[in-house]
Design a protein. Sequence first.
Length: 225
Amino acid sequence: MSDKINVVIAEDIEVLREEFCDLVNEQNDMVVVGAAASGREVVQIADNEDVDVILMDIEMEKYHDGIEAAQSILQYHSDIAIVFLTVHEDDETVFNAFATGAVDYVVKSSPYEEILESIRNAVKGKSVIRSNIAEKIRNEFSRMKRNEESLLFIFDIISKLTPTERELIRLLLMNKRVSEIAKLRHVEVVTIKSQITSLLKKFQKRRTKEIVTMIRKLKLEYLFE
């Protein structure tokens, strides 16, 4: 039984695939046991070979091909460690990649030593969060926390709204003007303005546009249908 780390390279650009294969095969502690140009191919290799680690490109045959392949592989081969090796650093791609159960995310322009170290850490079960990825995760948790606080705040306010105020918000969400709302409600404009003033105080906002924006941002329009 070999003590070497069995690695699969999934990369659709041939010259890069060969480059990474050569890099891995030059190491004394690892060997390439398969190379794939698409998500479909890497899934087949994972099903038929003894694989420890997959260096997985994200975009191959199609958008997020590698992410879909990782989801499929880890569903049946939880012992395989997947390291995403990609040019993409946007937040959505990073979060989607880690959501598959991958253990690392390395940019292709990283030094070879960093790529090789990611393979060694992966097979040891170590999940290294690099500084650029950690910053994205911190920002996302911060955003989620702000949204959570906003949700609690707005739900508390909504629970205390009168039927008239709920109807007023419904019409504001329909982009109705004050004069239009007054006509629809069969009341004077001054009455609607007074109701809006009360609404602004409850939501601690200066303009109705801010209330509408907050409700839409939190995707709570359904509460006023």
